[in-house]
Design a protein around this ligand. Sequence first.
Ligand SMILES: [Zn+2]
Length: 600
Amino acid sequence: MADRTDTFGRLLVNDLLPDEHKVTGPISKKSFYKMLDTMSRETPDAYVRIVPELKRLGDSLATTEGLSVGLDDITPDYKDRNETLAPFITRFDAAKTDKARSQIAEEAHGKMQDVAMRHKGTMTMQVQSGARGNPTQYTSIVASPTSARDGKGNTEPWLIRRSHSEGLSSADNWVAGNEAILNTISTYTAVSEPGELAKILVSNMSDIIVTEDDCGTTNGVFMAALSPSVLDRYLAKEVGGFKHNTLITSLNQSKLAKISSTILVRSPMTCEAGDGVCQKCQGLNEKGSTHDIGTNVGVRAAQAMAEPLTQFALGAKHGARTIKDDRIKVKGVQGFRQIIESPQQFVNKATLAQLNGTVERITPAPQGGHYVVIGGQQHYVTPNLAVTVKVGTVVQAGDAVSQGIPKPDEVVRLKGLGIGRQYIVDTLAGLYKDQGRELDQRHFELLAKGELNYVRVLKDPSRNFVPGDVVSYNVLRRELKKGTKVMPVDDANGETLGKAYFHFYTGTRVTPQIQAYLKQQGVKEVIIAPRAPEVEFIMKAATRAPLLNPDWMARLSHRNLKNTIMQATHFGESSDIHGSHPVPAYITGVEFGQGTKGKY
Ligand SMILES: [Zn+2]
């Protein structure tokens, strides 16, 4: 941000703040919120005292000083605007195709935004700080919109040369009209898709309740010790002098980071509670206290993730139109849907190695694109994506060999549930962050736990399962626990894990790569399940996963009600009205809330 003299305002604000939280540099909405957040955690007493004082300061300034917008504030800086626009006008007038004209109009838009941010008016700082207004609309007022979209959302081959404050020409107005109509319509329709997604999320997560204080796991997920995501969680493995189950706070975080840059922390994803999640794996809530037994953390997380989706949908039309090519990034509501549903038609799908091996050949494909040959098997890469490996590169199953977005269900199938869950968490956290919404990462972890929770039985020598059965990971875990054996890691090749180690979940077949990884992490002996069925980890679309719940009344909270009732009747299915899913308890009504361990 520009170096502006906001000294007087900063002086007034800093006057109220304790020394350790004084602000330096320009104050933006984002940095200020962050400071308040830190203060609320580190010095909660000061926080409750200071926030009302800050509000009083704001109120008094708004009353005594006021802030009005004069004509100077919205009059374009004609010289700057016209000089910046001139080369684009020359190019536009010389352009031969509509495509070139559209592109020039888009390019000009980026430059106009710079002009707007240099504007001397008082609104510039408001927009820059994030307090009020958005850059695209402000640019249209004090510089020029330059480009407008047609009814399909594509850029019109037209260069708007005047600003809204001067008034558009008749031709400009004609062109910009479509965009105005499109915006009005999308404001009404955009909220319907996030609404649907909110319901889907709730259906996938509504049985994740806090059921016990400590499941006792020593497993967790690796995180950077300095990441804000480790705060309010418990250590899964001791680090230096810090024991297992040490609560990580802003006070001990830097000490931990000095000992080890990555730490293993407890996570809902690796919780071993029979149902739901335990207090220790969930960590503290936003108020800094333990979640009560029975808290439905799943539904809370679903709502926290759903709320910004509406903003993403509405924001899409106001967003700055830049020509930066980020097509192969997961973005917005569509990107969110693509990740949780993993549809057949997956836009910009990266090609993943289907087996461990070495890249033997890369040849152009006759239909366009490339073939990457690994272990004699051809992997097709589409023409719009570049190959990212070379001949001789050693790859493991599930590694990307091209640009693009890995399809989540392929990641789960090739790399297992642990890495699949982590992939979804990282991708979704990144998607929200790109839109300026940094959510508590545990929300995504709960979604990954709720949705990516199934395995398909391929073979079962002990005949507890029928081949082809899809069972929940919890059921498999319980079954495998029954007859386990301890053996040295060195002897475990080909055996099935009877317990989760890091991202290698119960049911994983041990390979030489896994042996090497475990030894590197200091694991010497592993618990294996000698009579385990052979399973495949699978991911079902978020719209389908809730239908795999064996509790038929719980399934009634989702879709396909007729099928659910027919299937329940045919197979004599049962339902637990004191289980971890709230719907069977709601439906029956009687004895609601009388379940044990926080259940309904
Ligand atoms: Zn746990």
